[in-house]
Design a protein around this ligand. Structure first.
Ligand SMILES: Nc1ncnc2c1ncn2[C@@H]1O[C@H](COP(=O)(O)OP(=O)(O)OP(=O)(O)O)[C@@H](O)[C@H]1O
Ligand code: SF4
Ligand SMILES: [Mg+2]
Length: 322
């Protein structure tokens, strides 16, 4: 439904121009959640901002690739413009709702504004729709809460309000960039189950960005793993967790503490992720990869396939005996 093909996002000027996101492709299907995971700086947020048409201009721009929604190219009419023109499309929520909500306006007014921008309704109609949206995101006493200011709500409730604003445009797809990172674990689980429920109820595709593999295993149907601005592995969630092909994916899993393993120290991936433009030859993971061989630093790995929907970019994928 939302299809991103060979996306390249660049930054910098003249000869200092570098690619921050390189050749990224993925698809978001209706009623399914795609988890996008990777270390800090791997390009997850830049990818999602490119899809939304919200890259900071002129520092960053889309240099190549295509972004299609239901077969229509949306690079000319990005999602935020589609919403303003009442076309629906793709909505986005961010990590810290306080930075997106206006602190001096009651939340009801902010949701009414989103409703007005989307379908032009005003007055009682728009207020009723705002209440319906708060009900949808399971805010108790929705009619009363319309008058609350953002600071009167908990972090979890504020994130629900952001989801209600996103739903005001009846999106076909929702991009959620680390929406639960700032929440404590119990509230995090409630917001995750709400997102799953909305995805199922409205047959909405979700791109869920996180660095937390536990969250991905709870929520996602499939996973794309990003490293150094590229997607290095993608596949159905169980397949990718049970039989990772890429050493980086396997390394990320080694970094997840396992409570059943007693006090054993959990493994980390040595070294640091490359900065954009730092590695121009071969595999970007090579300096940190325990499977690396000479070819890895010289030649960019090509795609390997394990089953219909499981791909990785590696010269020596794990399940093939490297
Ligand atoms: N406005 C900008 N101009 C130039 N480079 C940028 C800009 N914004 C981000 N970058 C760089 O792009 C790279 C990818 O950043 P991005 O924010 O997408 O990472 P991320 O995967 O979302 O990380 P995190 O998990 O910390 O949110 C980083 O190296 C960052 O320094
Ligand atoms: S291509 Fe080589 S360096 Fe890169 S992940 Fe695979 S084995 Fe490691
Ligand atoms: Mg980010």
């Amino acid at each position: 439904m939302l299809s991103v093909r060979n996306l390249v996002v660049s930054g910098g000027k003249g000869s200092a121009q570098i690619d921050i996101v390189s050749d990224v492709s993925f698809e978001i299907e209706r009623g399914k959640v795609l988890g996008l995971v990777g270390e800090s700086g791997s390009g997850k947020s830049i990818t999602s901002l490119a899809v939304m048409g919200l890259l900071p201009h002129p520092q960053l721009w889309v240099r190549g690739g295509s972004i299609e929604l239901d077969g229509a190219d949306i690079t000319e009419e990005p999602p935020y413009l589609r919403v303003e023109r009442g076309h629906g499309g793709v909505a986005m929520i961010f990590q810290e709702p306080m930075t997106s909500l206006n602190p001096v306006l009651p939340i009801g007014e902010q949701i009414v504004e989103a409703v007005r921008v989307h379908d032009g309704s005003t007055g009682v109609t728009a207020r009723n729709r705002a209440q319906e949206l708060l009900d949808m995101v399971r805010i108790p006493d929705a009619r009363l809460q319309l008058n609350a200011y953002p600071h009167e709500l908990s972090g979890g409730m504020r994130q629900r309000v952001m989801i209600a604003i996103a739903l005001a445009c009846r999106p076909q797809a929702l991009i959620a960039d680390e929406p639960t990172t700032a929440l404590d674990v119990t509230v995090q689980l409630q917001v995750l189950s709400l997102i799953r429920e909305l995805c199922d109820t409205f047959d909405m595709g979700v791109l869920f960005i996180t660095h937390d593999l536990g969250v991905v295993s709870e929520l996602a149907d499939s996973v794309a793993v990003m490293y150094g601005g590229k997607i290095v592995e993608t596949g159905p969630v169980e397949r990718l967790f049970n039989t990772p092909l890429h050493p980086y994916t396997a390394g990320l899993m080694g970094c997840v503490p396992d409570p059943s393993a007693g006090h054993r120290r959990f493994q980390t991936i040595p070294g640091q992720a490359p900065k954009p433009g730092e590695i121009t030859h071969g595999c970007r993971f090579a300096p940190r990869c325990s499977h690396a061989q000479a070819i890895c630093s010289d030649d960019a790995p090509t795609r390997v396939t394990e089953g219909a929907r499981h791909f990785a970019e590696c010269h020596f994928p794990i399940s093939r005996g490297a």
